[in-house]
Ligand binder design. Structure first.
Ligand code: PBG
Length: 355
């Protein structure tokens, strides 16, 4: 028996209850599923967990040293022992991976950044100390680029005119990556944006027997105004001559990001990154839709600083802004996020799940 088809529920003449779904008010009230917390929990499309977070940490020389970074309130540089303690905390919180960045002492910076190749540099000592303490309990992602080591703050070798040379830089980056892999790095993360470096690094890793060392390519990295506090943290900000627009991407471009990602996948990247994060979630979504590869996004230092400044100014609730911003990355398709809020966000998430 056909049932009644009230016009008030959106049925027109001749429509049957079987042939049409009356997705109109009032048959459909999207607020129904939002009315109670249990229901909101049940229909939520995106889940955030500590396993989604990669925690960037800044390493500095010394012992038992914590140096707050003025432009990144709440973030410090730690001496190697402090970094090991951070790793300990990350493991307890369920954070799977750390991203390490060195604040190289000024007297170890040079035109050609050769400290990057020193097997005893700050980065390698931090890697060895964490691996000695924690082994495979946590992953280590290490930054490949020359800017923490060059006296001009550029990511590569410059010619007489100040232009960052591609192929000469790639040769250095290959040696830098091998240096980190040999110290025990799990994921090599080239952030330099030279052409061809993923393939060159992959070949060198295979030749040296590092078959299981991954590469997470900073594939779509933009020449952004949101990196300022990071440059303070690694001490390259005051040194930087010029800008990075001849190698990092133009913020106006989107199709080009897909070409960058396609090339890095073809060269052997295990995962790719989009950076910065929140202003580039459209890129995250496009990469996610085009490729079958894990896509990470970096909520960069300037984004962190904006949230902290907004919270300090009373313009928003800090914890809620942090979790909402990270949820937005996942909704856009990110497999995970690098964020300076990682430890705090993991604490919030763990408290939410085990109150
Ligand atoms: C440099 C590098 C940068 C960041 C990560 N690696 C800065 C830059 O490209 O100048 C930025 C990270 C952040 O802002 O949090 N190779």
């Amino acid at each position: 028996m056909p049932i009644e088809r009230p016009a008030a529920l959106g049925y027109g003449a001749g429509m049957t209850s079987h042939s049409i779904y009356p997705a109109q008010y009032p048959a459909s009230r999207l607020r129904r599923s939002r009315a109670a917390p249990w229901s909101r929990n049940m229909v939520r499309e995106t889940m955030l967990s500590p396993a989604d977070l990669i925690w960037p940490l800044f390493v500095t020389e010394g012992v038992n040293l914590e140096e707050p970074v003025a432009s990144l309130p709440g973030v410090s540089r730690w001496s190697v022992d402090g970094i090991v303690a951070c790793a300990d905390e990350a493991i307890k919180l369920g954070i799977p991976c750390l991203a390490l960045f060195p604040n190289t002492p000024a007297d170890r910076r040079s035109e050609d950044g050769e400290e990057a190749l020193n097997p005893d540099n700050l980065m390698c000592r931090a890697i060895r100390a964490i691996k000695a303490a924690h082994g495979d309990a946590i992953g280590l992602l290490t930054d490949v680029a020359l800017d923490p080591y060059t006296s001009n703050g550029q990511d590569g070798l410059v010619d007489a005119s100040g232009y960052v040379m591609n192929d000469e830089t790639v040769a250095m980056l290959v040696d830098q990556a091998i240096n980190q892999a040999e110290a025990g790095a799990d994921i090599i993360a080239p952030s330099d944006m030279m052409d061809g470096r993923i393939g060159a690094i992959r070949r060198a890793l295979e030749m040296r027997g590092h078959h299981n060392v991954q590469i997470m390519s900073y594939a779509a990295k933009y020449a952004s105004a949101f990196y300022g506090p990071f440059r303070d943290a690694v001490g390259s900000g005051g040194l930087l001559k010029g800008d990075k627009q001849s190698y990092q991407m133009d913020p106006a471009n989107s199709d080009e990001a897909l070409r960058e990602v396609a090339m890095d996948i073809a060269e052997g990247a295990d995962s790719v990154m989009v950076k910065p994060g929140m202003p580039y979630l459209d890129i995250v979504r496009r990469v996610r839709d085009h490729f079958n590869i894990p896509v990470f996004a970096y909520q960069v230092s300037g984004e962190y600083a904006m949230i902290e400044a907004a919270a300090a100014a009373g313009a928003g609730e800090r914890d809620a802004m942090i979790l909402e911003s990270l949820t937005a990355f996942k909704r856009a398709g990110a497999s995970g996020m690098l964020t300076y809020h990682a430890a705090h966000a993991a604490r919030l998430l763990n408290a939410r799940n085990h109150p």
